[in-house]
Design a protein around this ligand. Sequence first.
Ligand code: ATP
Length: 341
Amino acid sequence: MTSVATLGSHCSLQVLKGAKDEGFKTILICEKKRESLYRRFSFIDEFILVDSFKEILGLKCAKRLEEQDAIIIPHGTLIAQMSSQEIESIKIPIFGNKRILKWESDRNMKEKLMLEAKLNIPKSLLSPKEIKGLAIAKRHGAAGGKGYFLTTSEKDYKRKRDKLIQQGTIKGDSDLYLQEYAFGVSAYLQYFYSPLKDTLEFFGVDRRYESDIDGLGRIPASQQIDIDITPSFNVIGNSPLVLRESLLEEVYSMGEKFVEASKKLVTPGMTGPFCLEGVYDDNGRFTAFEFSARIVAGTNLYVEGSPYSAFIYDEPMSMGKRIAREIKNAEKDNQLVNILT
Ligand code: ATP
């Protein structure tokens, strides 16, 4: 019997609850320090306890997962804690296209895929000398916004960069990627592409609540000036959003173009959940500064379905459940090879 496994973090509760609801055995690869948290949830059938998630690269963990016919659902923690080579070396089948995760982790490859998808993206700056207006310095990979900073000049950039080096957060310039700051209201567009049905489903939208940039608005400008703060973008949680209906057509076309581009650049393309992340400006134009080529934590909002999934399914459909449904359908039609790598 097939089981569904994931790392205990990020969106693991949603993923395993969805898998359980679809009739799969569920396995949590769980750091020992978090065991007591996850033991609270009865839909987790089996725990593989580890000191570090890297143990899934080892024989012992792999053997246990193999015995259980496990399929691993990748999420942000896998990407944050393992290199692309390590992820690609995992012998257990991974849901979706594990090769596309590299395109998510490397900012330059990411840009290439977004350009291929003809998304409107902020200009990247090749050197701090190019900083003119407001720019954002970001780390590679899914760092969850930690250590990112805003800057307006080369001098200011160097000062903030040196502070991060001192703190041990980065080693040097090569750990940072500079991009023009995109103004507007943020929106994280969640999609699911089914290669089995060749259809794109728009699943929901969220916004991130990031510390401490989102707390700054509570401090009056006069006090902000008095204190030397470099706001960071560390994700604390997510809140829901619904879009003006007139924006939906473009939402679908951007998602479709992204799927097409991914098929061209990284076969078999984008399978399963993904997210386009950016801002809408005052003309309703979307600038995408980022994509995630796997389930995002913002989908945790919609465990009981979202205002958009409700138009597609006559039952509560979370992203976790949707993934499990795809596996179930593929198994039934002998199509697992088309959704796993
Ligand atoms: P993830 O956890 O999705 O992998 P990440 O660590 O790769 O995220 P980004 O999503 O690129 O990081 O950026 C983190 C945050 O920084 C965003 O949520 C957004 O608030 C802000 N941000 C990033 N790039 C830009 C930009 N070009 N313009 C405006 N804000 C930006």
